[in-house]
Write a protein that binds this ligand. Structure first.
Ligand SMILES: *[C@@H]1O[C@H](CO)[C@@H](O)[C@H](O)[C@H]1NC(C)=O
Ligand SMILES: *[C@@H]1O[C@H](CO)[C@@H](O)[C@H](O)[C@H]1NC(C)=O
Ligand SMILES: *[C@@H]1O[C@H](CO)[C@@H](O)[C@H](O)[C@H]1NC(C)=O
Ligand SMILES: *[C@@H]1O[C@H](CO)[C@@H](O)[C@H](O)[C@H]1NC(C)=O
Ligand SMILES: *[C@@H]1O[C@H](CO)[C@@H](O)[C@H](O)[C@H]1NC(C)=O
Length: 373
């Protein structure tokens, strides 16, 4: 068929000379071109190179495919196909069907939290990586990073954050300073605490406890010192019990007492402290005289005569109740007052009775109590 068209072409054109030769060549080229077009137009169609799909390979790669030829895409390692089609057949019109395949990176599982540490990650897809770090006081054991591999798994094994350990404290004063762990076991980890002690009578100066720090050292180490306190001084209206005038060592104590009818307030003992001072001493509180000549009062639940029963007054902290009169209702009520370190304030309503009134009038203490009316 080609040959026929070629011949027919030549017969139809006849030119002479140089120009004629060129024209002939030109038309020959045209004809050849037309022949090629006719060839495909008449059923011998082919498909071009199929479209590339990102992260996928094609089983057979060629420049031309015959109609009916099938190709298959495969996602590269680390990628998985979406729901799109993987196989395509070269269609009679020389085209490939619409490509619907997508290759998506695999996803590794969520690595989960790292105890006492942090996992840094942008995402969990193929080729992304994790980086691990530990909180202060913890050291990373294992690999600092992990990659999401083509099999959808994280590379390596997850690391661990293990607490820093502190070596036993070096005791410069070994022998007088000792310590004990406050937790069972003989290894001290980050945040563990130990307690120090000095051999008596030495005083522990500094912090009695130390904590294992993030850098593996102890927070502090105290020292033991000999501390003495001067001979203790006495207290007002009181005295030291069995005290010898001498200096005292740390933690030695003395006790105090008060003179008769004085009340000791505060700690009975005073202790020689680390500072070389005595701890707070007690004080002796004064008794109260009752500032009336004659009266009947209520004391410890009983009626008492001030002039005879309470000549010595009452002691610090004790209470007496005075009788007051309600004139309108002709009754009496009691008002309690307390002795505070030698001070006793009479109630305003209390009237001390003169000699005459005590003869002619009923004493308020003998009147009907107001609350009974
Ligand atoms: C404590 O130390 C002893 C040796 O001094 C060792 O045999 C023992 O296993 C340790 N115990 C612990 C809990 O580490
Ligand atoms: C003593 O040490 C502990 C840690 O063991 C710390 O918590 C505490 O604040 C320290 N006390 C003083 C007074 O420094
Ligand atoms: C101080 O003495 C008391 C007994 O009086 C004792 O219980 C205490 O443990 C002592 N304290 C020190 C730090 O030695
Ligand atoms: C201990 O006594 C000294 C004087 O000897 C004084 O300067 C210091 O403030 C006292 N310390 C305490 C805690 O009372
Ligand atoms: C007792 O009274 C005196 C003088 O009125 C006063 O200076 C003192 O503070 C009082 N004491 C108490 C404990 O109220």
């Amino acid at each position: 068929m080609d040959a026929f068209i070629f011949k027919g072409g030549t017969t139809g054109l006849r030119v002479t000379g140089e120009a004629g030769g060129l024209a002939a060549m030109y038309s020959l080229a045209l004809l050849l071109c037309a022949a090629a077009l006719t060839h495909s137009a008449l059923g011998a169609k082919v498909c071009p190179k199929p479209p590339e799909v990102l992260f996928a390979t094609i089983d057979v790669v060629k420049n031309e495919y015959n109609v009916g030829e099938e190709i298959e895409y495969t996602c590269r390692p680390g990628f998985v196909p979406n729901n799109g089609q993987r196989k395509y057949i070269c269609q009679p019109n020389g085209r490939w069907p619409l490509n619907t395949l997508l290759c998506l990176p695999k996803r590794c599982p969520n690595p989960g939290p790292l105890q006492h540490g942090t996992v840094d990650s942008r995402d969990f897809h193929y080729r992304s990586s994790l980086s691990f770090s530990c909180d202060p006081g913890y050291t990373l054991v294992g690999s600092r990073t992990s990659q999401c591999m083509s099999d959808g798994k994280w590379s390596g094994i997850p690391p661990q954050c293990q607490p820093v350990t502190c070596a036993p404290p070096s005791l410069p004063e070994f022998g007088v300073l000792s310590y004990r762990l406050l937790k069972p076991g003989n290894v001290s980890y980050f945040m563990d605490t130990i307690a120090f002690e000095c051999v008596p009578p030495l005083a522990l100066i500094g912090n009695e406890t130390a904590t294992c720090q993030a850098d593996g050292t102890w927070s502090s180490i105290p020292e033991c010192r000999a501390v003495t306190c001067p001979a203790p001084t006495g207290i007002e209206n009181g005295f030291l019990n069995f005290a010898v005038r001498r200096t005292y060592h740390y933690n030695e104590s003395v006790s105090f007492s008060c003179q008769s009818r004085y009340v000791l307030e505060g700690p009975k003992h005073s202790r020689c402290e680390k500072t070389g001072n005595w701890s707070t001493k007690p004080s002796c509180k004064e008794p109260c005289k009752i500032p009336v000549k004659k009266a009947v009062v209520l004391y410890e639940g009983e009626k008492k005569r001030v002039q005879s029963d309470l000549k010595e007054g009452i002691m610090h902290g004790e209470t007496i109740s005075f009788y007051c009169k309600n004139k309108e209702k002709s009754c009496a009520y009691t008002v309690p007052v307390q002795c505070v370190d030698g001070n006793l304030t009479l109630p305003f309503c209390f009237k001390e009775r003169g000699f005459f009134s005590s003869l002619v009038k009923t004493d308020p203490s003998d009147m009907k109590p107001c609350e009974d009316l």
